[in-house]
Design a protein around this ligand. Structure first.
Ligand SMILES: NC(=O)C1=CN([C@@H]2O[C@H](COP(=O)(O)OP(=O)(O)OC[C@H]3O[C@@H](n4cnc5c(N)ncnc54)[C@H](OP(=O)(O)O)[C@@H]3O)[C@@H](O)[C@H]2O)C=CC1
Ligand SMILES: O=C(O)C1=N[C@H](C(=O)O)C[C@H](O)C1
Length: 265
């Protein structure tokens, strides 16, 4: 992907009856291809550019895109966003790898672009967003918690962005409630057997052909357990959330993280 800073300002929309012009970056990937089909099928949206690895990113601005949807790779997404922000193009980002440092960098860029919106969501599936919310609610009632995420074998990153975010939200809820760490008497373990610690919450990653995207949040207390499970069985499950974000992001200046606000959660 070729990147070059531009100077265009945020596009003002005064032709509401025309379809919103959308560019998809990562368009030949599993998610990108599904997004292209979903956008094309929506009467109020149109795909004006499809860009993938090795393509010229200026195709996006040359095509007059108003919103870019990025489903690429954690290694390249910040460069893509830098370009889009410089060009004044709103962004919907599904690509994972967003640390707090990256989000802060993005917020800093947006301070210089009043009116420009970027939405970053670790998961666009309704059930995944609800699962995170339910987990936040349950967190303070259970002394034990662990997260298991299960994905297709071609996934680049582990743990998943959704599992990391889930663990962070649980950790915040536990800290706010003044809870001690989950009990764990392990003194001897094979490396990795207890998963990764995300803000003190254990996260386990399974990679298995045949799967799409799945997550279980396990809570435990004396004499009971609670399991919250979500399954994306098809990438179409992400599309209502992606399309909602595409329609909403031009109306939401600054950085929005997650779909919760858009869903009224
Ligand atoms: N937020 C959500 O709801 C969801 C998020 N995701 C995330 O989205 C991302 C993509 O997932 P997925 O579609 O499965 O991955 P894929 O590997 O199938 O697709 C990524 C595509 O991006 C291309 N690409 C790589 N670098 C660039 C670049 N610099 N510019 C443009 N295109 C580029 C890749 O090309 P090449 O293969 O040649 O490198 C590939 O075609 C991941 O981070 C994943 O975790 C996935 C599902 C849902
Ligand atoms: O790579 C995937 O497939 C997915 N990635 C996102 C993540 O890492 O959380 C969202 C979903 O789990 C599918």
């Amino acid at each position: 992907m070729t990147e070059q800073a531009g100077t265009a300002s945020v596009v003002d929309r005064d032709y509401e009856d025309e379809p919103l012009r959308v560019a998809v970056v990562g368009a030949r990937g599993k998610m990108g291809a599904t997004v292209c089909a979903a956008v094309e099928a929506a009467d109020d949206l149109e795909v004006v550019a499809m860009v993938d690895a090795g393509d010229w990113l200026f195709n996006v601005s040359d095509a007059g895109a108003e919103v870019v949807v990025d489903f690429t790779h954690p290694d390249v997404v910040m460069d893509n966003l830098r370009f889009c922000v410089d060009q004044g193009i709103h962004c919907v980002v599904g690509t994972t790898g967003f640390t707090q440092e990256r989000l802060d960098t993005l917020s800093g860029w947006l301070e210089h672009k009043p009116g420009l919106g970027v939405l970053v969501a670790p998961n666009f599936a309704l059930g995944a967003v609800l699962s995170m919310k339910f987990a936040q609610l349950a967190a303070k009632y259970y002394e034990s918690v662990e997260v298991i995420e299960l994905h297709h074998a071609r996934k680049a990153d582990a743990p998943s962005g959704t599992a990391s975010r889930t663990a962070q939200l649980i950790a915040q809820a536990r800290a706010a409630a003044g809870m001690a760490p989950s009990p764990d008497a392990t003194t001897q373990e094979l490396d990795g057997a207890r998963g990764a610690s995300v803000d003190g919450v254990r996260v386990h990653s399974v990679r298995l052909s045949g799967l799409v995207a799945h997550e279980e949040i396990l809570f435990g207390a004396e004499g009971e357990t609670l399991t919250i499970r979500h399954d994306s069985l098809d990438r179409k499950s992400f599309m209502p959330g992606v399309l909602l974000a595409v329609r909403e992001v031009p109306k939401r200046p600054g950085l929005t993280v997650g779909l919760e606000d858009l869903l009224g959660l």
